[in-house]
Each structure stands twice: as structure tokens, then as C-alpha cells.
Unconditional design. Structure first.
Length: 645
């Protein structure tokens, strides 16, 4: 007959005996309730890795109808028993948004097993959730056994039935209370605000896939009428961060957070998601953990969107249901190419725009009926004029061709009309731009796309522009891109103190965001704070791959600060660069204007007019040309661009 062997662990001055379910110190038992004891033992037995919160919830609470707060309390009970502290942990290390790991001292001893061996409870045949109290005293029946480690006295007859009956009654009562709680929950109003946190990429590469899938879920859920969904800019601020979903939800000001992970391996993919109530950490819904074929990605998205909607207590109309599960393509290969395009487009760098264009072109080739791919291609050509910069006429011709194809395929795709409106604006076709943008708003009335603020600015509707960009920030409160653009819109509205405050807030979100530095620099120029302006320009330019348009603004700042030598050096650099690559004539005119050389400034503005530069759409609001405004040539140029009156 073999002897059963049990393990005992020495945790420094503590002793853990799983078979007796006993934790002791210097021979004195320490109270630790059943569930925390099991979690501690599991962490010890898996000490070579971080054990995720998801894994612990799934293993010990079935991962359903559970609060993250419950797990936190459980770990707190373990810490209390071990006299451990979260800010100076000796035993349990917390990895925010990831999980926990046992890091304390450990010696393992083996010996004969006691007759009271208790295994970790991995199966729960009665699926009624009773949240265990993790602070306070143990239950009456359990206390003598857990606290002393004594082998329980064998009970017979009625003495065995009484506690069994009492336990059954307790289960029934708890079940009724839980049912009432669930009934109460279902009677509450639907959740009206949501954030989708960046899905964690568990693959060795394919970051574009996890980022793209996150953005697609944001876009899908944004189609639900009455549901405020935080936009990409704010949600992706948490990418790679270890943050509790409740904390993220509070920062974003939403009632629920969808979080999870993506693992892609060849033609298999696993997407795990949880919907968390941010007020109390309760898991409203959790996906399964099955590997699926990559070709099922559209079905996976639909399942997540439907289950999220149901868990949020939102009832959809038939049209709403159709909008929620609508697919822009049925080609998985084209979809992957599109996700790569979105990934590179989000970088907002010259290299990113070029790679995005390649990816969107590939998506359109794989599925010639993919309207979103053509729309994305058009947007990148248009925005690339500012960021790369592309030569305007060639870029706009390609953008118009792509967006026309997108609208031909699907006239109801709102994003295409937004892009078309911006293209018309670049071409100074203000009436056509207004018509296209009105169609965009008609198709997507809940949109707060920040770019519309610049259209309003071009038409000198500054108060409306400020109101719109601030609405955009409310919808995307942690987006450094929009926060910086709030500063720029306020700058062009000549509200300089507010602009400085907005730019500084943007830099609090991301100190390395180049455009926030350059917008702040422009505002300092208007306030006459030239030394600060030049320092901010230099930092912003270094972070923006020395964009020639930004270099020109630095040259203008040197000029108005009286540092003509430095201004002339920048001018010479841009003139030499213009022989090798595109430099906007509008930008060179800015330096000449700063130097007070008006004839040269107007000569370059005329060159910009002849090439129908998109930059001239800024003419009415451009502060670098303030010393030219009284000149009849400037007023004539405004008239020809369609901005007079």
C-alpha cells in the first residue's frame, strides 16, 4: 500500500499546510478564509509566472457574475494574513491590468498526507454564486477546522443532518438573494457610455491586428443610437499600460469598459473579452476562451458586439441590429490589409502615411467593392498634404479618384462624405464642401469628428469652431491629438490664454507629442514670448521629423523676434530643400512676411495660388500674415480663394 505524500510550504516565518488548510506563524494559526487560502496556494504553485486576473476569476469564480472588487478583496485578505503591503510587497506582487505573482520566500517540504487532504476546488457542480466574505470571521461550521487544523470529529445520524440542512437553507437563501439582485439589475436603465480598451496583443507580432480589431469594435459599437462610445484617441492612451478597468473607466468618464486580449497563431485566433461595470468592477459579460479559425473573425466581432449590447441592457431595432453587424467586406485578406492601413494611419508620421496608402491600396485590390478601403486611401492622400508633405495637386487628384469610387460603391458610407468635404475645402470649393459635410452629418449625426472645426474656422465661424472642437474633446477626453487641436483652434480664434492652457493640457497627456509643442509655440509668438516660442518650436520639430511647414514657422518666429540671421538660415535651408522635395510655397512666404519683405512674401503666395495650394484655405485665419492684411494684394488673394466677405 503506497503512502500518500503531501506538500508543506515554509514562507519565511509562515507555514502553509494545504492538507490541513492551515496557515500559521510561530505555531499559532492565522485565520484565512477558504477562497483566499485557495488563491494563495494557487499563486504559490504557479509562482514561476504572473497569474492573470482572468485566470483566477475563471478558476475560482467561474468568471461569471463576479466583481473584480471581489478578487481585490481576496488578495487583500491574503496580504493581511501575511502582513504584506501592496506598496512594499514581500509576498504578492500586483501587476496592474495583468494579474498577481507570488514572489516571497519559499521552502517546499514533503511528508505523509493527513486524512484531511483538501484539493483546490476546481469544479463547482452547484452553479449558484455565493460571494465569500474575505474579511471578518469564518463561518461557525468551518472555524474549528480552519483555525486549528484539527481533524473534524466524525458525525453520525442527526448530528450530521442538522448542519447539512442548515447549509442547504443558507444556499437557498443566498440563491434567492442573488436572484433578487439580478432581477434588480435587469430593471435598471441601460448603460449609456462605454470605452473599448486596446486589446492586449499576446502574439509575437501582428500588433496591427489587435489594434485594428479594437478600432473595429469601437466603430461597431459607436453605431448604437444613444450609446456614447469613447473614440480611439482616448482609448489608446491606455495601450500597454497596466491599469484596472475601473480606474480607466473613471478617467474616461464611462459606465462600462470592454477589455481583453487577442492571440493569433497562423490560421487560428483567440479573442477573449470582458465587459466590466466601472462603478463596482462587476463583470457584466465574458466571452468564451476557444480558439477559432481566422476566417471567423467577422463572426467573432458580431458576437462581441451583440453580447456587449445585451449586457448593457440596450434593445436594438431591426435597423439598429443590421447596422451593428454590417460588414464592409467579406474578404478576410482585404480586411487584414485594411487593418494594417488603419494601424499605419494612426501613427501620423510621413512613413506612416506612405505605408497606410500601400495597405489601403492592397485592400482595395483584394476587394474592389471595399468602400472603406477607398475612403481610407483618399483620407491618407488628403492628410498627407499636411504631414508628409505631398505635392497638393497630385495628392488631391488621387484622393478625389479614391473617394469617388468609395461613394459609387456605397453612397451611405458616412466617412466618404467627410473625406469628400475636406477635399472640396482644400480646393476652395466652399459650397460643395458644405454640401458634402451636410450629407456626412445626416448619415452620422452623432459624430464629433474634430476636422469639421477647421472647416468652420476657414469660413470665419470661430465660435462654432471652438464649440465643435470642445464637443470632440468631450467625446474623446484623453486624445492628445484632439487636445492639441483644441489649442490650435483657440489660437486661430485669437483666444491665446485659453490656447496656451489647452496645449499645456495636451502635453500633460503626452509630453512627446510634437504638434502640441508647435501649437503652443505659435501661441507664444502671438503673446510676444519669443524665447519660449523658439524653444517649443525646436522641440516640436525634432519630434515631427523636421516637417518643412514647421521649420518655416520657426523661421517666422526667429524673424519677428529680431533674430534675422537665424531666420535667413532657415529660409536658405528650405529653399535648398525645395529643389529636392516638395516645400509649400505658402510656408516660404511666412518667413518673408516675418522678415517684413512683403513683395517676396506675395510672390510666394502667388506661387501657392497658381498651384492651388491647400494651405491657402487657412489664409483668413493665418496670424503669420497679419502684417500683410491691409495690403490690397492680400484682399485680392482672399477674394480669389473664395474667402472674402
Amino acid at each position: 500500500m503506497s503512502v500518500q505524500v503531501s506538500k508543506r510550504y515554509v514562507l519565511g516565518e509562515y507555514r502553509l499546510e494545504p492538507d490541513k488548510r492551515l496557515l500559521s506563524r510561530a505555531g499559532k494559526p492565522i485565520h484565512l478564509a477558504n477562497r483566499p487560502f485557495q488563491v494563495l496556494l494557487y499563486l504559490i504553485e504557479n509562482r514561476e509566472r504572473v497569474v492573470s486576473r482572468h485566470e483566477l476569476l475563471d478558476r475560482f469564480w467561474d468568471g461569471k457574475d463576479v466583481y473584480y472588487v471581489t478578487l481585490s478583496k481576496c488578495v487583500s485578505a491574503i496580504r493581511k494574513a501575511l502582513d504584506d503591503h501592496a506598496d512594499d510587497c514581500r509576498f504578492i506582487e500586483t501587476r496592474w491590468a495583468e494579474g498577481y505573482r507570488y514572489i516571497g520566500p519559499l521552502e517546499e517540504h514533503n511528508g505523509p498526507a493527513s486524512p484531511t487532504v483538501v484539493e483546490i476546488d476546481r469544479t463547482r457542480e452547484l452553479h449558484v454564486l455565493i460571494e465569500e466574505e474575505v474579511s471578518g470571521t469564518a463561518t461557525t461550521a468551518e472555524a474549528p477546522e480552519v483555525l486549528t487544523g484539527r481533524t473534524p470529529t466524525r458525525r453520525t445520524g442527526l448530528s450530521r443532518l442538522v448542519p447539512l440542512a442548515a447549509g442547504l437553507v443558507a444556499v437557498i437563501v443566498a440563491g434567492v438573494m442573488l436572484w433578487n439582485g439580478r432581477t434588480s439589475q435587469t430593471s435598471k436603465s441601460p448603460v449609456s457610455s462605454l470605452a473599448v480598451l486596446p486589446l492586449k496583443n499576446l502574439s509575437t507580432d501582428d500588433e496591427y491586428f489587435s489594434d485594428g480589431l479594437t478600432e473595429q469594435l469601437i466603430n461597431k459599437l459607436s453605431r448604437i443610437h444613444g450609446l456614447k462610445v469613447i473614440s480611439r484617441g482616448s482609448a489608446f492612451l491606455f495601450k500597454g499600460q497596466e491599469i484596472d478597468p475601473c480606474e480607466a473607466g473613471k478617467k474616461l468618464g464611462v459606465a462600462a469598459v470592454l477589455e481583453g486580449s487577442v492571440f493569433k497563431n497562423g490560421d487560428r485566433v483567440r479573442v477573449n473579452t470582458r465587459l466590466v461595470n466601472t462603478s463596482d468592477g462587476r463583470v457584466l459579460w465574458a466571452s468564451d476562451h476557444r480558439d477559432r479559425a481566422s476566417v471567423d473573425i467577422f463572426a467573432i466581432q458580431d458576437e462581441i458586439a451583440r453580447n456587449t449590447t445585451a449586457a448593457l441592457q440596450i434593445k436594438l431595432s431591426r435597423d439598429g441590429e443590421q447596422r451593428l453587424v454590417k460588414h464592409d467586406t467579406d474578404s478576410v485578406e482585404a480586411y487584414h490589409a485594411y487593418l494594417k492601413g488603419e494601424y499605419f494611419w494612426s501613427k501620423r508620421t510621413p512613413h506612416g502615411f506612405r505605408k497606410a496608402i500601400e495597405s489601403f491600396q492592397q485592400a482595395a485590390q483584394l476587394d474592389p467593392r471595399y468602400a472603406a478601403a477607398y475612403s481610407g486611401l483618399a483620407a491618407n492622400y488628403g492628410m498627407g498634404i499636411w504631414y508628409v508633405p505631398f505635392e497638393p495637386k497630385e495628392a488631391l487628384d488621387k484622393a478625389k479618384e479614391a473617394v469617388s469610387k468609395a461613394i459609387e460603391i456605397d453612397e451611405g458610407y458616412a466617412g466618404s462624405h467627410l473625406v469628400l468635404g475636406m477635399i472640396y475645402q482644400y480646393e476652395w470649393k466652399w459650397a460643395e464642401a458644405a454640401k458634402a459635410l451636410a450629407r456626412w452629418i445626416e448619415l452620422d449625426p452623432s459624430s464629433t469628428e474634430y476636422g469639421y472645426a477647421y472647416h468652420l474656422l476657414s469660413l470665419d465661424r470661430t465660435d462654432e469652431a471652438v464649440e465643435w472642437i470642445r464637443r470632440s474633446l468631450e467625446h474623446d477626453p484623453l486624445s492628445v491629438l484632439i487636445a492639441a487641436n483644441v489649442g490650435e483652434v483657440l489660437l486661430y480664434a485669437r483666444r491665446y490664454d485659453e490656447a496656451i492652457e489647452a496645449c499645456q493640457k495636451a502635453l500633460e497627456l503626452d509630453p512627446n507629442y510634437g504638434m502640441a509643442h508647435t501649437h503652443l509655440a505659435q501661441t507664444y509668438v502671438q503673446k510676444g514670448r519669443y524665447a519660449e516660442a523658439i524653444a517649443e518650436f525646436q522641440q516640436g520639430i525634432a519630434l515631427s521629423e523636421r516637417n518643412p511647414a514647421l521649420l518655416a514657422r520657426l523661421g517666422h518666429a526667429y524673424a519677428v523676434a529680431g533674430r534675422r540671421h537665424e531666420a535667413t538660415q532657415v529660409l536658405d535651408e528650405l529653399l535648398k530643400l525645395s529643389k529636392r522635395s516638395y516645400v509649400p510655397p505658402y510656408s516660404i512666404a511666412q518667413i518673408y512676411a516675418g522678415l517684413g519683405l512683403k513683395d517676396e512674401a506675395f510672390a510666394w503666395l502667388e506661387k501657392a495660388y497658381r498651384e492651388r495650394s491647400t494651405y491657402l484655405g487657412n489664409l483668413k485665419r493665418e496670424h503669420t500674415f497679419d502684417n500683410l492684411r491691409s495690403d490690397v494684394r492680400f484682399q485680392d488673394l482672399l477674394r480669389r480663394v473664395g474667402l472674402s466677405g
